[in-house]
Ligand binder design. Structure first.
Ligand SMILES: [Mg+2]
Length: 396
C-alpha cells in the first residue's frame, strides 16, 4: 500500500469568539489516501492555517523538507519510521511547535489507515490492552463574560455532567492572568467561591478538577491561593503557572498536596522529559495530536510509567481526538481519566457536529472500540460548512 494524497482541511466555527479561551473553535483535519482506496483521518490543535502551511510548504533543502512530499509514495504501515523521517526531515523548521503538531495529525491518520488495512483497532497497534472501559471527565467552560452568570452556569453544567453519567468534571476557572476568559477580571478569592459552589452542588464524592490556564504570575501567589482549595478534594489543578517556568512549577508541585497537571501545549517527549525532571509535576497531559501523534504520545506514556507518574491526555477538539484518547488509554495502565468535551455542554458547533459517529458515554465510561482504525465517521456536509466558514475568513 502506498500513500497517494495528503489533504489539509482548515475548519472554523462560524460563531467563534476571539475573546474565548477555547481552541475548540477551529480545527485542522488531515486526510491521507492510498492506492488501496483507504482514507485515514487525524486532527490537531494548532491554528489551522499555520498547520496547513506546515503540511504543504515546499522544501528547498534536506533539513527543511515538505511534510506532504515526504509522505507521497511511502508505505503508511511504517508509522514509527515515517514519524522519525518527518521529524528529521523537517528539523530546521520544526523539532517543536506547529510542525510537530501537524506531524501529530499525520501520525493519527496513519494509524487510522493501518488499522483499517490490517482489520485492527488503533489500540491493537499501540500495545497490549489493559482495560475495555475508559473513564472520561467532562471539561466545562461556559461562554459568558459576567462573573455571576459564569458561576451559575458552571454549577448548572456540573450538575448536568453528573446527570449525563460523568463521574468527574473539570472546571475551567480563568478569571485572571494572561488568558482570562471572555474579558472576566476577578480576584482569586472569587475562584475559591466558584469551586466551593460547585462542590456543594455536586456532593462530596463526585470527582472535581480545576484548570486555571496559567493564571498565577509566580509560585508564591499560587501557593497562597490554592491552600484554600484543599477543602474541595480536587483530583488535580491544571497549568497553575507559565509552563516555561519550570522552577515555579516545581515549587507548586512539591510544596502543597494537590496533584499538579501540565503538558497540554508541549511537543515531543523531549519537552516532557524537562517538565517531569525539572517541573516535578504529578500528572502529564500530552495532547495526542499536538505532542506528535500516537507514536510520540506513547513515548510520553512510557516515560511517565518509568517515573511512576500518571498520564491524563488533554483534548479540546472533536470526537476524533476523543476516539484517539480512548485507544491510547486502552493500552496505558497509569491513565485514570481522559479529557472529554461533552457535545451537550460545548459552545462550539465544530465540537458538536464535525463527526457523524463518535465514542459515546455509557454508565460513566466509554467502551473501547474493536472496529478497525479509529472507529469514527466524519459528517462531510458539516465539514464542508466549516471549511467554507474558514475560506470566508482567510483564503490560503
Ligand atoms: Mg487546560
Amino acid at each position: 500500500m502506498r500513500i497517494t494524497s495528503v489533504e489539509a482541511h482548515v475548519l472554523v466555527d462560524p460563531d467563534y469568539d476571539v475573546g474565548a479561551t477555547s481552541s475548540a473553535q477551529d480545527n485542522l483535519v488531515v486526510e491521507i489516501r492510498t492506492d488501496e482506496g483507504l482514507t485515514g483521518v487525524g486532527e490537531t490543535d494548532v491554528n489551522p492555517w499555520i498547520g496547513a502551511a506546515c503540511l504543504t510548504a515546499p522544501g528547498t533543502h534536506t533539513m527543511g523538507q515538505c511534510l506532504r512530499d515526504m509522505l507521497i509514495g511511502a508505505d503508511p504501515l511504517d508509522t514509527t519510521a515515517i514519524w522519525d523521517r518527518l521529524y528529521t526531515g523537517s528539523a530546521m523548521n520544526g523539532r517543536r511547535g506547529a510542525v510537530v503538531n501537524v506531524i501529530g495529525a499525520i501520525d493519527i491518520a496513519l494509524h487510522d489507515l493501518a488499522g483499517q488495512y490490517l482489520g485492527k483497532p488503533c489500540h491493537a497497534l499501540l500495545g497490549e490492552q489493559v482495560t475495555d472501559a475508559v473513564t472520561p471527565y467532562a471539561s466545562l467552560q461556559p461562554e459568558t463574560s459576567d462573573f455571576d452568570s459564569y458561576k451559575e452556569s458552571l454549577v448548572r453544567w456540573a450538575l448536568e455532567a453528573q446527570r449525563l453519567g460523568f463521574t468527574a468534571a473539570k472546571l475551567e476557572v480563568t478569571f485572571s492572568g494572561p488568558y482570562a476568559h471572555m474579558g472576566l477580571r476577578e480576584p482569586w478569592s472569587r475562584a475559591t467561591e466558584v469551586i466551593g459552589a460547585v462542590r456543594t452542588a455536586v456532593g462530596p464524592t463526585f470527582g472535581l478538577m480545576v484548570d486555571v490556564q496559567y493564571a498565577f504570575p509566580d509560585a508564591d501567589s499560587c501557593l497562597a491561593t490554592i491552600a484554600d482549595w484543599r477543602q474541595f478534594d480536587l483530583r488535580f489543578v491544571e497549568t497553575p503557572v507559565a509552563s516555561d517556568d519550570l522552577a515555579a512549577l516545581a515549587r507548586v508541585a512539591t510544596e502543597q498536596p494537590i496533584p499538579i497537571a501540565v503538558g497540554e501545549w508541549l511537543t515531543t517527549r523531549f519537552e516532557f522529559i524537562d517538565l517531569i525532571e525539572q517541573g516535578k509535576i504529578q500528572i502529564a497531559q500530552p495532547d495526542i495530536g499536538r505532542v506528535g501523534g500516537f507514536t510520540e504520545a506513547m513515548r510520553v506514556c512510557r516515560l511517565t510509567q518509568a517515573k511512576g507518574l500518571r498520564v491524563v491526555p488533554h483534548l479540546w477538539k472533536t470526537g476524533l481526538s476523543i476516539a484517539a484518547a480512548v485507544h491510547l488509554a486502552a493500552v496505558t495502565p497509569n491513565c485514570p481519566w481522559i479529557e472529554f468535551l461533552p457535545a451537550q455542554l460545548s459552545e462550539s458547533s465544530l465540537r458538536r457536529s464535525l463527526l457523524a459517529r463518535e465514542p459515546v458515554l455509557s454508565d460513566g465510561v466509554i467502551r473501547v472500540s474493536h472496529e478497525p482504525g479509529l472507529g469514527v465517521t466524519i459528517d462531510r456536509e458539516a465539514m464542508e460548512g466549516f471549511e467554507e466558514a474558514a475560506r470566508r475568513l482567510h483564503r490560503w
